[in-house]
Design a protein around this ligand. Sequence first.
Ligand code: AHR
Length: 504
Amino acid sequence: MKARVTAHADYTISQIDDRLYSAFLEHLGRAIYTGIYEPGHPTADKNGMRGDVIELVRALKIPYVRYPGGNFVSAYNWEDGVGPRDKRPTRLDLAWHTSDSNAVGVHEFVDWCDSVGTKPMLAINLGSRGLDQARNFVEYVNGPTGSYWGDLRKANGRAEPFDVKLWCLGNEMDGPWQVGHKTADEYGRLASETAKTLRAFDKSLELVVCGSSHSDMATYPEWERVVLEHTYETIDHVSLHMYFGNRAGNTANYLALNHKLDTYIGTVASTIDFVKAKTRSKRKVTISFDEWNVWYHSNAADRAVLDGKSGWPHAPRLLEDAYNFEDVLQVGCILNTFIRRSDVVRIACIAQLVNVIAPIMTEPGGAAWKQTIYYPYYFASLYGRGTALNLAVESPGYDADIAENVPYLDISGVHDEAGKTATFFAVNRNASDALELSMDLKGFGTPQVIAHQVIEGADLRQVNGLDNQNAVGPKAGTGMSVDGNTLTGRVGPHSYHVIRVKLS
Ligand code: AHR
């Protein structure tokens, strides 16, 4: 089978916002406790943060980490997580039927962000709480000393404002499962007034309003229209979420699901344009895709805790999906979609980062390791920065439940003009046939292949577990070469590739 791609340096989609490679950490399961924070762990730093996890996170060069939820935030009192630890209350977490000691709060989280080289994106509780607490939280985090909240922050050990610029106005407020779920009108009004109030404090904040929890919601995409009509002039991004699963065990259908993601982004982009036109606005609102990942492996195991049969455990194992090789291909396709839609998706957060549907796993008191999906996320974050190329792709395809003629080759390209490189991320969705790739590289000068990494050949169900941490991972690829301006090579069946080209 043959696949032909044309890339031209002048034929581009958008400058990619680095925040496309952000992540998410929620007070859920073991994401925080025994995930990033474990005071007794042999690698723990002076703040009780696991050094082995810091190292794995640091390598990902994550621009922003969203915190503290998620569903958790909709009943969260941020005040519980500040001040002396021994005075912090243990609270019941109504979202996940667990309890939380509040040993980690906003101070510890922002310090951890500094340790791993990332920035915080904080979410506000607009479920059980409202405008007043939102305002107090933002003033506590960013306000000057000499005022009530700034002075309290100083008394709690931090005189300098944290200077957090990116704020989410609630989480999944369209979801009936959410504490404080609202109609689009109710939420739109509240978000608009909250945004107005926060901007009275600081005009430069970047605010994210809740869009749909997923594109199968009955209220989608009317939700976006109504909420944006209330908020268009006061917010910057609309938040979308989507999780992927292969419950039917059908790989071909599973690997076609980024087509649904693409349609979802396109529909919300059109809704943004509609509201912009209707409100005669000059403002550009974009998408914050602040929760995405594969999530289905752990569903059955989680039932007992979620149904309350385990009482109110602290940091139980929840949403601990063990990712396999098939999920590498899926995550590769998802990230390709974000690169191709980087004209409108400005922020995207893999959900989540440690232990909970995460690329990084830990054992309490023991090892930390990379799940299979760590790798496509790592490569995209490192090499997916620059200008997204508008590739012309000719590939044979197949009919899936979600769409007809889904191309076997899923590919994105990024031109790093400063670094004089181009990187192509490619997935072959075909189970049995290789694709003979021929790629014309035009307007780039003289290209030369400098690196080729491949993940292929593993059983689709193979995972990286505690006892076999390196079962699935990248290897140096062979056979990609350039003759003149044409790059050729073999993209094997069910394989993921990173092809890097030096330009001169
Ligand atoms: O990431 C897990 C959960 O998925 C989040 O708490 C919620 O926002 C979404 O439904």
